[in-house]
Each structure stands twice: as structure tokens, then as C-alpha cells.
Design a protein around this ligand. Structure first.
Ligand code: C2E
Ligand code: MG
Ligand code: MG
Length: 764
């Protein structure tokens, strides 16, 4: 400013002021001489005065000239310096007078805008200048508007600032500063580099912001020492369950639940004290809006330029989801998904631990094996959804009643309990009573009232088993017996009975795979007319157990019936025997024994029909032997099945007659084709009058009903003679022939010797 004014002053007529100083000095000298003349007398004064005045004037003129020269010189020097300063300014500079005319500018200004030097003259208007710049392509704005806005600002004594972006990419900052005389001085500074740096910085900042914002790790930055939140990225926002606006500028205590806030701040302070990166492994924190989280937090200090800690950065790893998954997996590994009770794996772990504890302390405990009575019916009749709901309800009640004991679901409708260690069997009895009571009332499911009961088997440690496997197996054996003796009962393991039962179950298990392993074979026993002519063969099944040797049908048939294996076994026997008989030359009959179970499940007539078609055996050659057991129970159903079988053209024989109820009504209800008198009566011939009487009566009954009667178990000629005298038509027994592989009866069935080996292999 001072420089501007000075230059202004110098340029606008200061030279005139210096020129006026000479005459002024002369006038002053004349006045001075006049005064001297008055004082010393006029004439003498004149003679004195003239040379004095002349000398004075000459002196003054010389002095004046010297002064003027010196001043000019000074001013010239100053001007030179000023010009040099203005020319060497880094900024473009121009000065305008109150009439908006250009007074001063520097070369930098011209070069900056590449203005035609001819158009840059003292006195051109601002508008001329702008036009010159437009012509040079260095004024990209609206000139009229620029001029107006500039004028408005200057009139109000305000600085007018504008950043002009040139077409070549430069940015020029123009500052127009009003001056008191109404003019203004404008500086033009190329700020392109600064702008670029600023933009680069801005870009870097926004890049970093984007990265930090999008890093999936929660990041929190706090100010030191206030420990107020300065930065919270999106992941942290999500982790805390609160918008960052609610946290920024605040301390932990102001936003996080108190206990966690105290913990967080203590950790922050510890970091500041030690200066060491602080890692806090998995720990639980309460968040403002995302409940409890399990996190790992790493804290770092950031030091400022002065070497003092300035920021505290916390990186958080939210491991809640992983932890929950792990917990869920662990839960799944040890729980039954339907009832949420412990599963068998968990049960095994618990029993092992309890056993160790009890053994170490010399204490006792019990294992309860539980079966839900009536569950199967609900499941079969009302469907699996209701069955599942029932199991859940039962599990819930049992869990409630078995407080203190370990309850697990070990199978479909099987549960198991481990009592706490303590006196037994009292503990087990009390527990079983509580469980039974818990299921005493009806269970409401989907508007239905269902009632189920419990059957319980108990094994007591150490009496009933020293290890977990034995203890559980024996509790199961006790349960098995409880189920066969009385549903709803509680049975303790009994060494003798339960061992037999366990063996039976083991055998039952083996039987399931016996057909597949080729352990089952068929033997055939001839049936003959009383005179010895063979009419057919009865099929008798044989099981050769790999470890136990031959197992009699009286042992394994009931087992097969109990376990349901009889269905597959019966079908196999039927198919094999029919195929065998169909291969015989002689059209002999083939007798096949049927189990009552085969009448209760599946579609027996359809199976028989299918097998006859498959094997090509004429129906008339097939004789199915049934016992009274078939008709006891669902008589109507059995009768209907028998009728359908009969319709196929198959013969039906009543086996073992005289042993069971021997109800005559059965004989009346169905047109049997044969009555077989049980071998027990034949064996008693000659020993028992009653046996004789019964045989006579049955033969007479057969004759009356027009039914042929066959006597089983005929071993002696005496027996034959008696039967012949009574007009019994057919016999079967060791006397006629033992049950043997069909190969032994090849001749009797009319098989050529070449086929023997083949059929033997097929039968075994
Ligand atoms: P069952 O149908 O009354 O068979 C006759 C049983 O008497 C057979 O016993 C046979 O070996 C035996 N036996 C035949 N003649 C004599 C004799 O002169 N003296 C003596 N002491 N016994 C004789 P096994 O083979 O032990 O069969 C017993 C029962 O097992 C059969 O009685 C039958 O109820 C059942 N069974 C056998 N095979 C089958 C089969 O394939 N299916 C079904 N469901 N049950 C079968
Ligand atoms: Mg039989
Ligand atoms: Mg029999």
C-alpha cells in the first residue's frame, strides 16, 4: 500500500512541487533583503544588497539545483527499485484509478494472461483488459458480470476475490483490493500447484476415508487426553449398533453401558501409561445398541509432531458370530434337535464321568432306560408331526421331573437317565415314580388329549455293571423284560433272567442278517398215505448259526416273530420252497408253515399269488399250514385272508391240532383242506388213554366234516397200525422220513441225479 501511494504521488506532479521550490526560495530571499535594507538604510543597503542578493540567489539556485538533482536522483533510485520489485513480483499486479483505468502493471501480469503488449497501455479500461484477455483465451468468465461484481465489491470497500480456472488448467487467484482514492490494486497469483496439491491431498484423504469406512474391521479413534471419539467407521457403527453421530465427540462413559465403559477406559489409560500396543483377547462387551458382543480389541497409540500421544486407535474383531456358531455346533453335537435334550454322545460322556466319580468315592448311582408306552401307536395313527410334538411334550415333562438327574434322548422313543450319586435303588425308585407321575395327566396336542406311559429298566452301579457299557446294556435288558412282562412297570436288572434276555436279543440281531449270509436253509419232510405212498413234503426251516451251530425253529421262529424278521424270512421260505417244488418232476404237494404274524402285516394273498406266478407252481400243489394262533386275535381279518388264499386255489391245513384251544368253531368257520394232529398225541400212543381218545375223536371229526386227517410225528409201526385201524388217511414222521435237504429226496420227487447237486446248493 505504502509503495503504491508513493509511486502514485511521484507520478502525479511531484516534479512540479520541486520546480516551485526555486521561486519560493527567491521570494523568501527578497523579503529577507528588504528587511535588511529597512534596518541599515536604503542607499547603502542597495549597494550592499545587490551583490549579496545576487550571491544569495546564485547560492540558492545552486543549492536548489543540487537539492533538486539529489531529490530526482533519490526518486529515480526509488522508482527503479520499485519497478524492479514490481517486475520481479511472483504475482501479476495491476493498479487502476477511480475511473477503472489501468495505471500500473507488471510483466508477470501480462505474461500470465499472454496479453498482447499493444493492448496493454496506461489508461486502458478494465473492460479493455478483459477483452484483451478474452482475445488471448485467458479469460473464461463472463466479462460484463465480472466487471459488475468487481465494481459492486469495490464500491462497498470490499476486497473482491475470485479464483479463475484457465482453459490450460492453471488456476489464478485474483484479489482486488480497493484503495482510498477510488482505484484498486489487483494481484494475480498462479495457485495451480497449490490447488493440485490440495486436490491430491483431498483425494488421498477421501481414499483413506473410503478405505477406513469400508474396512470390515471396526475401527475407533479417540482423542488423547480427552478420550472422546474422533472416528468411528461403518463396521464399528454396526458393531456398536448405534449411528456414529451419537458417539462422536463423546466419551465411552457417555454412550456405552457403565461396566463396559469403565473397562474400556481402564484399557485406554493402561495403553497411554505403558505406550505399548495392548491386545485384549476374546472378552464380552455390552454395546449401546447391539447387545452383548464377544470381541478381541487391539489398541495402538499415535504420537503427534511434538512426540506426545495424540490419538488412540482401537481395532476390534467381533467374533460373536463365530463364537455363537461354535457354541451352536457344540450344542448340536451333544443335543437332540427335536427335544433339545442331551443326545447319546452326551449321555455316554456323562455316564463315563459319573462312573469315575462314583468309583473314586465308593458311591452308587443308577442308569434308567426308558421306553414311552403308546408312542408308536400315536406316531402310526396320527402321523409324525403329532408324534414329534408328543415327544417334545414328554421330554419337557420328564426334564422337569428328573431334576438333578441327567436326562438324554437315546433313540426314537427311548430316553435314558443317570441319577446323581447316592444310595440305590432308593434314588432310582424315587426318580422313576416322579417320572411316571409327570406323565400321569393327559398331554394336549393339536386339540387332542393324548396319554402315554413309561416302562423303565434300571441298572445300578456297581452291582449291575462295573463299566458304562455293561451298566447300560443291563439297564436295557431290564427294560426289555419290563416291556415283555408289563408295560408301565419298573424293573431292576436281574442277573439270570436278563442275561438270557440279552442272549436272546443278540440272537435276534444275528437272525436279521442270517438270510443274507446264507445261514438259512430248507429241509423237507415227506408226508405219505397210510400205505406209504408219498403225497408231498413239508418245508421246515433250518438255521445254522456260525457260532452256535444249528438253532432249532422253536427258538428262532418266535424270535423272528417278535422282531418282525419273520416277514422277510417267511417270504424267502415261501419263494424258495415253491421254486423247489416247481422244479420237481412229480406233481407232489409242498407244505409251508405260516406264522400268525404274516397274517397281521403285509398282503399275504398277494405275495402268494406273486410267488406262484413267479415260480410257475400250480396253486393246487401248495398247502399252507396255519395254527390256531392265526385265528386268535383278529379273527375276521384272518378269515378274509384265508378266503382270498383259498380263492387262489391254494390248500389250507390246520397244523398242530389238539394243542391249543382246538376250537371246533374254527373248523366250522373255514373250509380247511386238512387237519394235522399234533405229534404230541401220536408220541403218547400206547402211554396215554387220553391221547388215544383224542386221536380217535379228531379222526372221527375229520371224517364227519369231510376233512382228511394227517398224523404228525409217526415214528413206529405200532403207531401206523393204530392210525390205520382208526382210518387215518395220512401220516408224517421219522418213520416215513426225517426232515432233510431235498437232495436226499431226489428220487422221491423224480429229479434226475444230475440236478441233485444243483438243487442242494440252491437250498443251502
Ligand atoms: P410243525 O409245523 O408242526 O413241524 C413239524 C415238526 O415236527 C418239525 O419240527 C419236525 O422236525 C418235527 N417232526 C417231524 N416228524 C417227527 C417225528 O417223527 N418225531 C419228532 N419228535 N418230531 C418230528 P421242527 O422242524 O423243529 O419245527 C418245529 C416247528 O417250527 C414247526 O412245527 C413249525 O411250527 C415251526 N416251523 C418250522 N419250519 C417253519 C417254517 O418254515 N415257517 C414257520 N412259520 N414255522 C416253521
Ligand atoms: Mg407244520
Ligand atoms: Mg405240526
Amino acid at each position: 500500500m505504502a509503495v503504491d501511494r508513493l509511486k502514485n504521488f511521484l507520478r502525479l506532479g511531484d516534479w512540479r512541487k520541486i520546480g516551485a521550490a526555486g521561486p519560493l526560495a527567491l521570494a523568501a530571499a527578497s523579503v529577507g533583503i528588504g528587511a535588511v535594507a529597512i534596518f541599515v538604510g536604503a542607499s547603502s543597503a542597495r549597494s550592499i544588497a545587490l551583490p549579496v542578493v545576487s550571491g544569495a540567489l546564485a547560492g540558492m539556485l545552486i543549492a536548489g539545483s543540487a537539492l533538486t538533482w539529489r531529490m530526482r536522483r533519490t526518486l529515480h533510485d526509488q522508482n527503479m527499485r520499485l519497478d524492479a520489485a514490481i517486475s520481479n513480483m511472483n504475482q501479476g499486479l495491476c493498479m487502476f484509478d477511480a475511473q477503472y483505468r489501468l495505471m500500473v502493471w507488471n510483466e508477470r501480469y501480462r505474461a500470465m494472461y499472454n496479453i498482447d503488449p499493444l493492448r496493454l497501455r496506461r489508461g486502458v479500461t478494465i473492460r479493455d483488459l478483459l477483452d484483451a484477455r478474452i482475445a488471448a483465451g485467458t479469460f473464461p468468465l463472463d466479462a460484463a458480470r465480472y466487471e459488475t461484481e468487481l465494481g459492486d465489491a469495490l464500491r462497498h470497500g470490499k476486497t473482491f476475490t475470485v479464483d479463475v480456472e484457465l482453459a490450460d488448467g492453471r488456476t489464478i487467484a485474483v484479489v482486488s483490493q480497493p484503495m482510498p482514492d477510488g482505484g484498486w490494486v489487483a494481484t494475480h497469483e498462479d495457485i495451480s500447484e497449490r490447488r493440485r496439491a490440495e486436490r491430491a491431498l483431498e483425494r488421498t484423504r477421501s481414499f483413506l476415508d473410503t478405505i477406513i469406512e469400508n474396512v470390515p474391521t471396526p475401527i475407533v479413534v479417540k482423542d488423547i487426553p480427552s478420550l472422546r471419539y474422533l472416528l468411528i467407521n461403518r463396521a464399528a457403527e454396526e458393531c456398536f449398533g448405534i449411528e456414529r453421530a451419537g458417539m462422536l465427540g463423546k466419551t465411552a462413559a457417555e454412550v456405552i453401558p457403565a461396566a463396559t465403559a469403565a473397562f474400556v477406559e481402564a484399557a485406554d489409560r493402561k495403553l497411554i501409561e505403558t505406550g505399548q500396543t495392548l491386545v485384549l483377547d476374546e472378552h464380552t462387551v455390552s454395546t449401546p445398541g447391539n447387545g452383548l458382543r464377544i470381541v478381541t480389541a487391539t489398541r495402538h497409540l499415535v504420537t503427534g509432531a511434538d512426540g506426545n500421544p495424540q490419538y488412540l486407535i482401537t481395532l476390534i474383531r467381533d467374533v460373536t458370530a463365530r463364537k455363537r456358531n461354535e457354541q451352536k455346533l457344540a450344542h448340536m453335537a451333544h443335543h437332540d434337535p427335536l427335544t433339545e435334550l442331551a443326545n447319546r454322545a452326551a449321555f455316554n460322556q456323562c455316564i463315563a464321568a459319573t462312573l469315575d466319580r462314583a468309583a473314586a468315592a465308593g458311591e452308587s448311582f443308577a442308569v434308567l432306560s426308558i421306553d414311552i408306552d403308546g408312542f408308536k401307536t400315536v406316531n402310526d395313527v396320527l402321523g409324525h408331526t403329532t408324534g414329534d410334538a408328543l415327544l417334545r411334550a414328554v421330554a419337557q415333562r420328564m426334564a422337569w421331573a428328573s431334576e438333578g438327574a441327567f436326562l438324554a434322548r437315546t433313540g426314537g422313543d427311548e430316553f435314558a437317565l443317570i441319577t446323581p450319586t447316592g444310595p440305590q435303588p432308593e434314588g432310582a425308585v424315587a426318580l422313576a415314580e416322579r417320572l411316571t407321575a409327570a406323565l400321569a395327566s393327559e398331554i394336549e396336542i393339536d386339540g387332542r388329549s393324548l396319554r402315554v406311559g413309561l416302562t423303565v429298566g434300571v441298572g445300578v452301579f456297581p452291582r449291575d455293571g462295573a463299566d458304562a457299557a455293561a451298566l447300560v446294556a443291563n439297564a436295557d435288558a431290564a427294560l426289555f423284560r419290563a416291556k415283555s412282562e408289563a408295560r408301565g412297570s419298573v424293573r431292576f436288572f436281574e442277573m439270570s433272567t436278563d442275561r438270557q434276555l440279552r442272549e436272546k436279543r443278540a440272537l435276534e440281531q444275528d437272525l436279521r442278517s442270517a438270510i443274507g449270509r446264507g445261514e438259512i436253509a430248507l429241509h423237507y419232510q415227506p408226508q405219505a398215505l397210510i400205505d406209504g405212498g408219498i403225497t408231498g413234503f413239508e418245508t421246515l426251516v433250518r438255521w445254522h448259526h456260525p457260532g452256535r451251530g444249528p438253532v432249532p425253529p422253536s427258538t428262532f421262529i418266535p424270535l423272528a416273530e417278535e422282531s418282525g424278521t419273520i416277514m422277510a424270512l417267511g417270504e424267502w421260505i415261501l419263494r424258495s420252497a415253491c421254486r423247489e417244488a416247481a422244479s420237481w418232476r412229480k406233481p407232489l404237494r409242498i407244505g409251508i408253515n405260516l406264522s400268525p404274524v404274516q397274517f397281521q402285516h403285509g398282503d399275504l394273498p398277494r405275495l402268494v399269488h406273486q410267488v406262484l406266478l413267479e415260480t410257475g407252481l400250480p396253486a393246487s400243489r401248495l398247502e399252507l399250514e396255519i395254527t390256531e394262533g392265526v385265528l386268535i386275535g383278529d379273527f375276521t381279518r384272518a378269515l378274509a385272508i384265508l378266503r382270498r388264499l383259498k380263492n387262489l386255489g391254494v390248500r389250507i391245513a390246520m397244523d398242530d391240532f389238539g394243542t391249543g384251544y382246538s376250537s371246533l368253531s374254527y373248523l366250522q368257520a373255514f373250509p380247511f383242506d386238512k387237519i394235522k394232529i399234533d405229534r404230541a398225541f401220536i408220541g403218547n400212543l400206547g402211554h396215554s388213554q387220553q391221547a388215544e381218545a383224542i386221536i380217535r375223536a379228531v379222526i372221527a371229526l375229520g371224517r364227519g366234516l369231510g376233512l382228511p386227517v394227517l398224523a404228525e410225528g409217526v415214528e413206529t409201526e405200532e403207531q401206523v397200525r393204530f392210525l390205520a385201524s382208526e382210518k387215518c388217511e395220512e401220516i408224517q414222521g421219522y418213520l416215513v422220513g426225517r426232515p432233510l435237504p431235498i437232495a436226499d429226496y431226489a428220487e422221491a420227487v423224480g429229479r434226475p441225479p444230475a440236478q441233485r447237486a444243483l438243487s442242494h446248493a440252491a437250498a443251502s
